[in-house]
Design a protein around this ligand. Sequence first.
Ligand SMILES: *Cc1c(COP(=O)(O)O)cnc(C)c1O
Length: 393
Amino acid sequence: MTATVRNTEALDGTSKAGWERADFVTPADKPPQRLFVPGPTDVHPATLAAQGAPMIGHRSDELESLFGKCSEQLQALYCTEARVFTVAASGSGLQEAAIRNAVGGRVINFVNGAFSQRWHDVSVGCGKEAIAVEVPWCTAVKPEQVEGALQGALADGPVDAITVVHNETSTGAASPIDAIAASVRVVSPETLVLVDAVSSFSGVKLPFDEWGLDLLLTSSQKALAVPPGLAFAAVSDRLMDRAASVPHRGWYFDFLQLDKYRQRSTTPATPAISLMRALSVQLDRIFAEGLEARYARHAFCGQMSREWAVANGFGLMAERGYESDTVTTVENGRGLDIGKLNGFLGSQEMQVANGYGPYGGKAFRIGHMGEVWPSDLERLFAAIEAFASGAGQ
Ligand SMILES: *Cc1c(COP(=O)(O)O)cnc(C)c1O
């Protein structure tokens, strides 16, 4: 098993990725990117327009065929034979669903940033016995840390599940999910592996079955580049078996009920029909680009962003070797005023994100996911360099 640790040689100027800028020709129908924040991301006009179609009844054949088509494409994107749930909620809703369905007893939450902290807060909020394992921000969660924490907790009894965020959007550090899942299987085979891939899914390959995951959740508005309001999770049979014995799963997010309706290509409550239409168009666009091409484009944009930051007097916040391919957290080594920078970028219809929480002003984040192409980054970098050399100040 090889962990998904990045080859950092590229930062030293020797590209190992094997892709050239010329391999990523910006599609003619793609407007220039405006949002370089890590979600919501710009939505392609064709995807946006799909929402304008007239309503259909939610117990209609048309809805069932739309739902069935999207479910099949989502399974392919997840590389799974297992079920993929689609719910009208943002990703945080499925963080809650995961805990309510998978955890009867104890859960360990690995916390290395704001969104993994949220999953811990959600676990506590659901009344579960939740153990937070703090991992320094800007670093990845490592399999050894998971093994150690699990072994320690197992001394007091079983652990129902662990939660880990693949791509910590607050810091730009990506954790090696494949190696983490493999360690859990060795140390505690009955512990379920719950993963949040909200800001990486569809930009980075995350093969659910091959890695033996139990739940992998994401939101529509980040790398998938669909408007906000839908969330998705692949869920294993093991988790479904567990859920059957967990009381008080609630109603809206009860996986047993969702699964019963999913088998008829529908949902228990009214689905977000317009968003499903946008999703359907966007999934067609994703498969037309090709999954491998899409992953390569994101990897290339990540590499470009890191190389640009290092070459231009900035630094990188994320641990070396674990930098995200969908969001780069740039250390503000040149002391730019991020508010003014965004004012300047705004005059050109662009925007980056400030550093998260404690990193406000000390860093800024560049989202390069969804509809971002190398040409978009070139335009952004030129504007940041112009600002840094005095333009707009
Ligand atoms: C954005 C984000 C969330 C929250 O998702 P919502 O769709 O806003 O609820 C959770 N986890 C990660 C890693 C995120 O980037």
